[in-house]
Ligand binder design. Structure first.
Ligand code: F0G
Length: 337
């Protein structure tokens, strides 16, 4: 499968001959969700962004941001992150032969993401502060030094991420009424809207934030955001105005779901659809279940990250294992239970 710059070069700010840092990102599966469709009374598809090279949608944006940084001659890329951006930036920096530096809120990112950033060889800085503080600091740092900032304040990130909208429009032949998507820093929903507009599509955008980290819903920043969905534990989204404009223009909405609703949806996806996403991703499905399809007949829920990213939350929710000695009678009892 070609990477997304190859696939969509005609719609991206890259010329033939520009350096391309790619790992075959994009072109992710779009699968039907029969159990969820029945539950909400509409046709629902799931966009499996957790199947990107580092396990999240960030790879689409990072492919473009790091390729552009390389073209500009940068030697270092930096980002603030709740985990996935860090993993992706670290991987693409490694592939580009650049230094990767990531700043994450100490103790607040999922284990798999931390492991990824470290293994890809990034310099990982654990900040005694939250994501919003980390982003403010890296913005200042990037102003002071010749370091490429690859958070979604970088327009190349949105360029890459808008390609997911192209894929949806192509695969559903334009017949898409609504898109359900988790919202954190609000870059991804902004990118989807840009992509839809570029190909003349305008599905309604339904964004979902976690109740304890719902600044867009409340209409003001949240100083101490809290949620089990650590990826979207963000109190002051960088793309605030653009995201709100997209919700309005698409006749959509941004609404909140509780941690309990997120975890219920997350478990439903695993047990009924066989799909294991990370908790933040399940906010899209939790929102659809909670608020209903709102008159839409065909909807896509974006599952932004892979469930393997956050084994700790998974194991704390899932049932325990059944211990068993290596004897046929014990195994028989355990299996037939
Ligand atoms: N889902 C996942 C799994 C994420 O990692 C993020 C954001 C979002 C949804 C929300 O996307 O920020 O564009 O609105 N993660 C960022 C990070 C903040 O640092 O990895 P958004």
């Amino acid at each position: 499968m070609p990477g997304l710059i190859e696939r969509y070069r005609h719609r991206l700010p890259f010329e033939d001959g520009d350096p391309v840092v790619s790992m075959g990102e994009g072109s992710t599966p779009l699968v039907q969700a029969p159990a969820l469709s029945e539950r909400v009374g509409a046709s629902v598809w799931l966009k499996l962004e957790g199947l990107n090279p580092t396990g999240s949608f960030k790879d689409r944006g990072m492919c473009c941001a790091v390729s552009a940084a390389l073209r500009e001659g940068s030697e270092t890329v930096i980002c603030a992150s709740t985990g996935n951006t860090a993993a992706s930036a670290a991987a693409y920096a490694a592939r580009a032969g650049m230094r990767g530096v990531v700043i994450v809120p100490e103790g607040k990112i999922a284990t798999g993401k931390l492991a990824q950033a470290l293994v890809y060889g990034a310099r990982v800085i654990a900040l005694q502060g939250n994501f919003d503080e980390a982003l403010t600091l890296v913005r200042e740092l990037a102003d002071r030094h010749p370091i490429a900032l690859v958070n979604s304040v970088n327009d190349f990130r949105l360029e890459g991420q808008k390609t997911a909208a192209f894929e949806l429009v192509e695969e559903l032949a334009g017949e898409l009424d609504g898109l359900c998507i988790p919202v954190g820093n609000a870059g991804n929903v902004t990118a989807y809207w840009k992509g839809f507009q570029e190909v003349g599509a305008s599905p309604r955008l339904f964004g979902f934030q976690a109740e304890g980290a719902a600044p867009l819903v409340l209409g003001h920043p949240v100083e101490k955001p809290e949620t089990v969905a650590s990826a979207i534990r963000i109190g002051n989204p960088a793309r605030w105005e653009e995201a709100m404009a997209a919700f309005t223009a698409s006749r959509g909405q941004v609404r909140a779901v509780s941690d309990e609703e997120i975890l219920e949806a997350w478990e439903f996806l695993a047990r009924r659809e066989g799909i294991f996403c990370e908790p933040a991703s399940a906010a899209s499905v939790a929102g659809l279940i909670k608020y209903g399809p709102d008159g839409c007949e065909r909807l896509v829920c974006v599952l932004t990250g892979n469930g393997l990213k956050d084994p700790d939350t998974a194991l704390s929710r899932a049932g325990g294992v059944i211990p068993c000695t290596a004897e046929i009678s014990a195994v028989e009892a355990a299996v037939l239970g």
